[in-house]
Design a protein around this ligand. Structure first.
Ligand code: ADP
Ligand code: MG
Length: 282
């Protein structure tokens, strides 16, 4: 069952539940202050939770993820990370664009991280994990295939596994499935839920797809139009044990979907975009 309730003060709640990443009054501007992308934003991420970040196009979602990843530094405020536990890579990212190396097969793409981090783990541990991941993502039999021999959904699966293989504590995803057709995307959602749970990862997902946010996240943060600030936040309790299609047929899922859409639509004014009927979420 899906349930949504306003999160009255999730940042304070998180403080008692193992906050691992903390954005404190973070601002960021491009072009020497010409384009303010993020404005005085504070947000906590608790270990083990999955958070979806949605917001209008161009509002600063990718910028926020880049700041969290350390690809850019805040122009004001600070970002604090607790140290990752031994044996866990602090963070990896799944990008929207194609990131597989065309001259490497499936297995070698998934193991790419370890080529550049020799000795990070024993060869047998890596081999065993890659085998498990391939099985979990239903890619058995395609180990020696090259990217051009795979479907779009399979390539996305492999790209996802390349980011999971280093065993990150936190997995960042920037609209990773937006190019896929709906049935393929739902299949990917099943894999993400399985793998994130199995390897106990924290997930921060940027998406424009509200159904994807409700399916994958425990909490959805809605951003304002640029410069990004937090407009709204919802805690979502969905049984991630159910198959995704079952979850999406749940009337409460559809209610949550419409509620989040209304909230997002308020940020996409002045056109006054109306939430589509909940049936769209099916
Ligand atoms: N490298 C850059 N240089 C200048 N402006 C940028 C750059 N990257 C993004 N921006 C601007 O910052 C704003 C936020 O961008 P972005 O974080 O990519 O938005 P989103 O991911 O929400 O679509 C946009 O107005 C965008 O044009
Ligand atoms: Mg973006």
């Amino acid at each position: 069952m899906a349930q949504a309730s306003p999160a009255p003060n999730p940042s304070a709640a998180g403080a008692h539940q193992g906050v691992i990443h903390q954005l404190r009054n973070v601002s960021f501007s491009y072009d020497d202050g010409g384009v303010l992308a993020v404005d005085n934003l504070s947000l906590n991420f608790v270990g083990g939770e999955s958070v979806a970040i949605v917001g209008p196009s161009g509002c600063g979602k990718s910028t926020l993820l880049a700041l969290l990843a350390g690809f850019a530094n805040p122009t004001a405020g600070e970002i604090v990370h607790t140290p990752a536990p031994a044996g866990r890579h602090p963070m990896t990212m799944v990008f929207q664009n194609e990131t597989l190396l065309p001259w490497l097969n499936v297995v070698d793409n998934i193991k790419l991280f370890f080529r550049y981090n020799k000795g990070a783990e024993s060869k047998s541990t890596i081999e065993a994990r890659v085998r498990d991941l391939i099985a979990l993502a239903g890619l058995g039999g395609f180990e020696r295939f090259y990217p051009h021999q795979l479907s779009g959904g399979m390539r996305k699966r492999v790209a996802f596994l390349t980011s999971v293989a280093p065993l990150p504590r936190t997995l960042l995803l920037d609209e990773p499935f937006s190019s896929l057709d709906e049935p393929t995307r739902v299949g990917l959602h099943e894999d993400v839920l399985k793998i994130v749970r199995q390897y106990n990862m924290t997930m921060v997902l940027v998406t424009h797809d509200i159904a994807e946010a409700v399916t994958l996240a425990d909490r959805v943060v809605i951003l304002t139009k640029r410069p990004a600030q937090i407009a709204d936040e919802r805690v979502i309790s969905v049984s991630k044990e159910e198959p995704v299609l079952e979850m999406r047929r749940d009337p409460v899922f559809l209610e949550v979907y419409a509620d989040l859409w209304d909230s997002l639509a308020r940020q996409i004014e002045p056109a006054g975009v109306r939430a589509p009927s909940p049936e769209v979420a099916k």
